[in-house]
Design a protein around this ligand. Structure first.
Ligand SMILES: NC(=O)c1ccc[n+]([C@@H]2O[C@H](COP(=O)([O-])OP(=O)(O)OC[C@H]3O[C@@H](n4cnc5c(N)ncnc54)[C@H](O)[C@@H]3O)[C@@H](O)[C@H]2O)c1
Length: 258
């Protein structure tokens, strides 16, 4: 597997306030670290307060500015309060990454209404809550970048009937396109990524046989590392992607090509 590459300070990211939801662990941790290395003041927004505090402290120990905030993205009032707190203590939010998510590897018959609601609430309502609280100010300031973390499952479906996850991730692609077209005239760019399987706590919940079958369907023959996903998020948040809006970029080792 290739080594993670060193990230340089990026003038279009440097000094920006970047909120990463679910930013304390897994892919979110990778995104927080990469954005911090590129010069952003990262706000690690996670429902796991201890993990968020630890990561923010670790980023600060490198000389970066970083802040932790405890927040459940599915709770509209909590998101509104968190965004107000960030605004009054740190300043306007420039970059938003809607990454918080959960896994629930069951097939369609096991998806009770409660499981369905929980999945949609974290992934889709969570992204709505954050965009709704943050984007009006971005439009007013005529600056902002948003990246939604969808999934290969949202484009292709999945093989086990994990329909609540797939539906939530497909919904994020629609949300991305709609917000992108609406916000672009005010120089606010919205995009998404669709990772394949990434080696994180979430995927370690998959059974061994599910993991083996999944790897056999990936042309690169392995799961991704979080930093390989994070570098594409960095691209979408930076000026390197200045003419890209409403896209959902595959980062999947070839497991699905469209
Ligand atoms: N791991 C993969 O293979 C994979 C593939 C495609 C997409 N994704 C997506 O990437 C995102 C991150 O996944 P991961 O694998 O890093 O998961 P993870 O379980 O390793 O980390 C998820 C993080 O989100 C936080 N979180 C969960 N629910 C939250 C909530 N309601 N509010 C705030 N924070 C919350 C957790 O505390 C944790 O820090 C998810 O949206 C997931 O669906 C993951």
């Amino acid at each position: 597997m290739p080594e993670s590459r060193a990230i340089q300070i990026d003038p279009s990211i440097n000094g920006r306030i970047a909120v990463v939801t679910g930013g304390a662990k897994g892919i979110g941790e990778g995104i927080s670290r990469v954005l911090s290395a590129a010069g952003a003041h990262v706000v690690v927004a996670d429902r796991d307060e201890e993990a968020a505090d630890n990561l923010a402290a670790s980023l600060r120990s490198t000389g970066a500015d970083a802040t932790a905030i405890s927040c459940d993205v599915g709770d509209t009032a909590a998101v509104t309060a968190a965004v107000r707190k960030i605004g009054s203590e740190l300043g306007a939010i420039d970059l938003l990454v809607n990454n918080a998510g959960i896994g629930d590897f069951v097939s369609f018959p096991q998806i009770s209404r409660e499981r369905w609601d929980r999945m949609l609430n974290v992934h889709l309502t969570g992204a709505y809550n954050c965009c709704h609280a943050v984007m009006p100010d971005m439009l007013k300031r005529r600056f902002g970048r948003v990246v939604n973390v969808s999934s290969v499952a949202g484009k292709r479906g999945d093989f086990i009937g994990n329909a609540h996850y797939t539906a939530a991730k497909a919904g994020l692609i629609g949300l991305t396109k709609s917000l992108a077209a609406w916000a672009a005239p005010c120089d606010v760019r919205v995009n998404a990524i669709a990772p394949g399987i990434v080696d994180t706590e979430l995927t370690r919940e998959m059974s061994q046989s599910h993991q083996t079958t999944t790897i056999s369907r990936i042309p690169l023959g392995r799961f991704a590392r979080p930093d390989e996903i994070a570098s594409v998020v960095l691209f979408l948040l930076s000026d390197a992607s200045s003419y890209v809006i409403g896209e959902t970029i595959n980062v999947n080792g070839g497991s699905y090509l469209d």
